[in-house]
Design a protein around this ligand. Structure first.
Ligand SMILES: NC(=O)c1ccc[n+]([C@@H]2O[C@H](COP(=O)([O-])OP(=O)(O)OC[C@H]3O[C@@H](n4cnc5c(N)ncnc54)[C@H](OP(=O)(O)O)[C@@H]3O)[C@@H](O)[C@H]2O)c1
Length: 325
């Protein structure tokens, strides 16, 4: 097998594409032939040694992937050789093969291509858990999505629309705003131009959004929170822009509003049955055409470093996916 090996987590440049012996699955494991692996934000942090989870080197990065079962380890009864699966295991995906814990693998229904499946679990599960569970979004409410053309942002637009909400997308370029409209956003704000509070006011008829979905943090958090509607819910999803913002606590008081934390990974660990039911609903929505990952582009697995550079340029719309021949 071939794999991108991280022997020293000091950054992307230190990764090496290596020939390694193909392993046999142990108890509870599957050997997968990887067809596609998507690039998620933590995949960058993990090779820089900056992610909360620090696997001992050497390790193969690549948190989320899809492929076909080539061998089944002892004790695994619910998967067969030849079966297509998707997996989010944190590492192992940037390779031709990997050993995946069977407990973390999802069998893929017919008609779920590997490229979409590799770009599905992290972003759609996060946005579903955030909007429908943490914020209790209702049909007819208005959602403002920041970083709306990114991975979790595009998923949030589609999920909010599937739930019957009105969606205002906010992103940094006109091109990204156009993409957001094309996947269902009712309005879009280019937040690199003009005053964000004025634009939100105009887009909501002065009422403010019921829910703000924020995976960006930084300078937009406070103006977005100041614009929220009465009984609004502000979803703290991530800090893609870098700085972790702080908010004066009089702001939630004045709006009867809530600041709501979102940590999908821990939700999946602590509430596995609820998470499994959610993933099942998302797979149904995919089959019904209600949600579909936005794929910026696919690139050959051997071009991982170029894919990382493209992600760092902030130009990606939706998801980047690495594919094996
Ligand atoms: N809480 C959870 O459970 C959970 C789960 C998954 C991901 N996350 C977090 O959510 C955040 C977004 O993840 P993602 O997969 O959607 O990432 P992504 O695809 O890279 O999108 C992030 C968006 O943030 C915006 N952004 C603003 N400043 C940026 C900067 N300096 N560098 C890069 N992007 C910048 C960009 O949109 P504009 O150019 O339009 O501003 C970009 O589209 C990450 O912090 C991730 O760790 C949290």
């Amino acid at each position: 097998m071939q794999a991108w090996l991280c022997e020293d987590p000091v950054g992307v440049d230190a990764l090496q594409w290596k020939e390694l012996p193909t392993p046999q699955p142990g108890a509870g494991q599957l050997l997968l032939r990887i067809q596609a692996a998507s690039l998620n934000y933590p995949d960058l942090l993990i090779v820089q040694g900056k992610y909360q989870h620090k696997p001992p080197p050497p390790f193969v990065p690549g948190s989320e992937y899809a492929g076909v079962v080539e061998a089944v380890g002892d004790g695994v009864t619910d998967f067969q050789v030849g079966q297509p699966v998707a997996c989010l295991s944190g590492t192992g995906g940037f390779a031709s093969h990997t050993l995946a814990p069977a407990a973390l693998c999802l069998p893929l229904p017919a008609g779920f291509p590997a490229v979409d499946a590799a770009a599905f679990i992290m972003t759609y599960a996060t946005s579903h858990h955030a909007l429908l569970d943490r914020a209790q979004l209702k049909a007819g409410e208005t959602v403002l999505v920041l970083g709306a053309a990114g991975g979790v942002g595009t998923a949030a637009i589609q999920i909010a629309k599937a739930a019957g909400a009105r969606v205002i997308a906010a992103a940094s370029t006109d091109e990204k705003c156009e993409l957001c409209r094309s996947i269902g956003a009712d309005a879009a704000i280019n937040y690199s131009q003009g005053n964000l509070r004025d634009a939100i006011k105009e887009a909501t008829g002065g009422k403010g959004p019921d829910v703000v979905y924020d995976p960006v943090g930084g300078d937009f958090a406070e103006p977005a929170f100041r614009s929220i509607g009465w009984r609004g819910r502000y979803l703290v999803v991530g800090f893609a822009s870098g700085p972790i913002p702080s908010l004066p606590l009089n702001l939630p008081l004045l709006k009867g509003a809530s600041i709501v934390g979102v940590f999908w990974g821990d939700y999946a660990r602590r509430e596995p049955q609820a998470n499994a039911a959610m993933l099942q609903q998302l797979a149904q929505w995919y089959a019904q055409g209600k949600v579909k990952p936005v794929i910026d582009r696919t690139m050959p697995m051997a071009e991982l470093k170029a894919a990382y550079a493209h992600m760092a340029s902030r130009a990606v719309k939706g998801k980047l996916v690495l594919v094996n021949d």
